[in-house]
Design a binder for this molecule. Structure first.
Ligand code: FES
Ligand code: FE2
Length: 397
């Protein structure tokens, strides 16, 4: 039963309503709707400087990105023992390697001798040893130094048990998650409510079928902001999402540092019924602080990350994950549906990217002073309060 509804989620172009009439009707509804009446936070303001301060950016790297969990890659990227991924983001290079017992180890890809990059790119290491290209120190899959040329010429005590510095790693929900700090709670406690919310979908059964990447010329926080509210939909996504989601009926949940919202889908949520679990009837859109989004539908989802590369440059990387074909849907139909959904997601993201790059082009404007968030933007208010709390000056890194 679910399957037919899923297949109808994105109508063919010729089946679209008159989108303008629909959007006008949506915008004309009395304020507040039931959902809007429950928005959790009052309006707020934010200095434009928050997006343009180099010192603040450094504090964000140290106190937020180096103290959070995020997915580095799908588990499927390392299916077999001795497979490894070299992950280069956030000014770090990390080797994530599948051990012979099937577990994972992650370690900094910087040689303990004089700091060379030990492993150049992802692959499979049949020999189980990585040799540093500079002076030949050899590391095993766990990052332990196993061979040192001219061993007798070193201070023996320094070589004792020497290993590349480890990184915390955890496999969950089809992804390899990493964290650079030992002071952060375990992933389940870190994610809190989101752990339970996402567990519902059984993402281990999903396959990663699609990938997409964009480089943006805007500060990373405004990119996160862009995905945390729905009311830009009728303007930025008039012809792609406007007919599809009931953007005025999104319900917001703040569970700091994370947040999420449930968005009714036109022609789907009303037929499934509101008494059904929100994860079976709505698009559920989660932000795992600071930079990971999951946009979940019962049968498939998109997940994406926002990676700062510099104060004004950001990388957006997305994966499309698909569950088993629903009952009554052939593999061929399912594939076609998923291809279409993914194409749609990429089109929507590209619309966001255009606005964000244009935002970047005026972000140093002398006319940019204080920005304002309305009650529909409560997730942005909560996100920036969290950033401010963690990066407050005067506190230790
Ligand atoms: S820097 Fe790696 S062996 Fe010298
Ligand atoms: Fe958008």
């Amino acid at each position: 039963m679910q399957s037919r509804k899923v297949l109808q989620m994105i109508p063919e172009a010729d089946a679209l309503d008159d989108e303008k009439a629909h959007l006008a009707a949506e915008a004309a509804r009395d304020f507040p709707t039931d959902a809007e009446g429950q928005y959790p936070l009052p309006p707020s303001t934010l200095s434009a400087q928050v997006y343009a301060d180099p010192a603040g950016f450094e504090r964000e790297m140290q106190r937020i990105f180096y103290r959070s969990w995020f997915p580095a890659c799908p588990s499927a990227d390392l299916p077999s023992p001795r497979d490894y991924v070299v992950w280069d983001k956030l000014r770090q290079s990390i080797v994530i390697a599948r051990q012979d017992d099937g577990s994972l180890a992650a370690w900094h890809n910087a040689c303990r001798h004089r700091g060379a990059r030990v492993v150049r790119e992802s692959g499979s290491c049949k020999a189980g040893r990585f040799a540093c290209p500079w002076h030949g120190f050899q590391y095993d899959l766990s990052g332990l130094v196993r061979f040192t040329p001219l061993r007798g010429s070193f201070d023996a005590a320094r070589l004792q048990g020497l290993r590349a510095l480890p990184v915390r790693v955890r496999e969950w929900s089809g992804f390899v998650w990493i964290c650079f700090s030992d002071d952060v709670p375990e992933l389940d406690r870190y994610l809190g409510t989101l752990w339970d919310e996402l567990s519902f979908y059984g993402l281990e059964r999903f396959k990663v079928l699609y990938r997409f990447q964009l480089k943006l010329t805007a500060n990373w926080k405004v990119v996160v902001d862009a995905f945390n509210e729905t009311w830009h939909v009728p303007f930025t996504h008039a012809s792609t999402l406007g007919h599809m989601v009931q953007w005025r009926d999104a319900r917001l949940k703040i569970d700091s540092p994370h947040s999420w919202m449930t968005i009714p889908v036109k022609g789907f949520t009303d037929r499934v019924g509101l008494q059904v679990d929100h994860r079976l009837s709505h698009i559920c859109h989660y932000l795992a602080f600071p930079n990971t989004f999951f946009s979940c539908f019962p049968t498939h989802l998109q997940t994406w990350n926002i990676w700062p590369t510099s104060l004004c440059e950001t990388e957006f990387t997305a994966w499309g994950m698909v569950g088993p074909a629903p009952a009554g849907v052939t593999e061929e139909q399912w594939q076609k549906q998923n291809d279409r959904d993914w194409k749609h997601f990429c089109a929507v993201s590209t619309e966001d990217a255009r606005v964000l790059n244009e935002w970047g082009s005026v972000s140093r404007s002398l006319g940019a002073g204080t920005y304002m968030f309305n009650t529909a933007e409560g997730r942005l208010t909560a996100f920036h309060e969290e950033i401010a709390r963690r990066t407050r000056t005067g506190e230790q890194d």
